[in-house]
Design a binder for this molecule. Structure first.
Ligand SMILES: NC(=O)c1ccc[n+]([C@@H]2O[C@H](COP(=O)([O-])OP(=O)(O)OC[C@H]3O[C@@H](n4cnc5c(N)ncnc54)[C@H](OP(=O)(O)O)[C@@H]3O)[C@@H](O)[C@H]2O)c1
Length: 241
């Protein structure tokens, strides 16, 4: 029934951990409705549900999984405030996995998912006025530099970066479409001391700044009525090193 639908939620893919989780909590604390996707049952989900998030299990490893998620979002939302494409997989090339499989998986999560979701859900972003809705793509600093260990990952994020320009053109002037290109934001729990030291030394600012830097930028982008079609680096000045 229409009355059960959420009022213009923000959709966050991969919203049950790390940066996606921080964003979900940020929006919920402000009273902004949230629909998030999760693949694995992370502990934070229980509290997210209690705080009002609509948490939908979704696996984007297949196109049908992506399209099914889009259909369930459309059933639950009367329109959308934003789609934040956060879901990602940082796979390196490894001898255990055929390279064509690595490439396929990277394109699936970083290109098929945003491409199909933007097309399926775009109409729900429209109708609210000039620049009133947003699509945010999470890319990566490696888009401009390439990567010797994560070649397919970097290529797929580069394709996502390009989708930013195409969807900005397609949905203007109602929807702004921007990319965020982070370098180090958060370490993984299993990163060892040597890895951490080297990673910190790669930027001018020499910190892992945490989710707040991303939240600040997303707040800015959502408040803007003019900024679209651009890639916004959050990299501590890394290209200058
Ligand atoms: N953290 C950094 O320092 C950093 C640096 C550069 C770029 N970025 C980008 O910033 C974004 C957020 O980073 P993060 O480190 O918080 O990401 P993350 O820990 O890699 O988490 C991404 C989310 O994507 C979900 N996901 C992965 N594969 C999926 C699939 N096939 N179907 C559905 N969901 C899937 C994961 O769900 P499950 O855990 O349930 O599998 C997870 O919740 C990512 O796009 C990343 O590429 C981050």
């Amino acid at each position: 029934m229409a009355t059960d639908k959420l009022q213009r939620p923000v959709v966050i893919t991969g919203g049950a951990r790390r940066i996606g989780l921080a964003l979900a909590r940020h929006f919920l604390a402000r009273g902004q409705a949230v629909i998030l996707s999760y693949r694995n049952s992370w502990p934070a989900l229980e509290q997210l549900r209690q705080d009002g998030a609509c948490c939908l299990e979704a696996d984007f490893s297949s196109d049908s999984g992506i399209l099914d998620f889009a259909a369930r979002v459309a059933q639950r939302a009367d329109g959308l405030r934003a789609i934040i494409h956060n879901a990602s997989s940082w796979q390196a090339e490894t001898p255990d996995v055929a390279p064509q499989e690595t490439l396929k998986q990277m394109l699936q999560i970083h290109v098929h998912a945003p491409y199909l979701l933007n097309l399926q859900l775009g109409s729900l972003l429209c109708g609210y006025g000039q620049g009133a809705s947003d699509i945010i793509h999470f890319t990566d600093y490696v888009v401009e530099r390439g990567s010797d260990k994560h070649i397919a990952y970097a290529a797929s994020k580069a394709a996502l970066d390009n989708l930013t320009r195409s969807f900005a053109r397609k949905y203007a002037p109602q929807v702004k479409v921007n990319a965020i290109a982070p370098s180090l934001i958060l370490f993984n729990d299993d990163d060892d001391e040597e890895y951490r030291r080297r990673a910190l030394d790669k930027s001018l600012m020499k910190i892992a700044p945490g989710e707040q830097e991303i939240i600040l930028l997303i707040d800015y982008l959502l408040q803007s009525r003019y900024v679209t079609g651009r890639t916004h680096a959050v990299d501590g000045g890394r290209p200058l090193r």
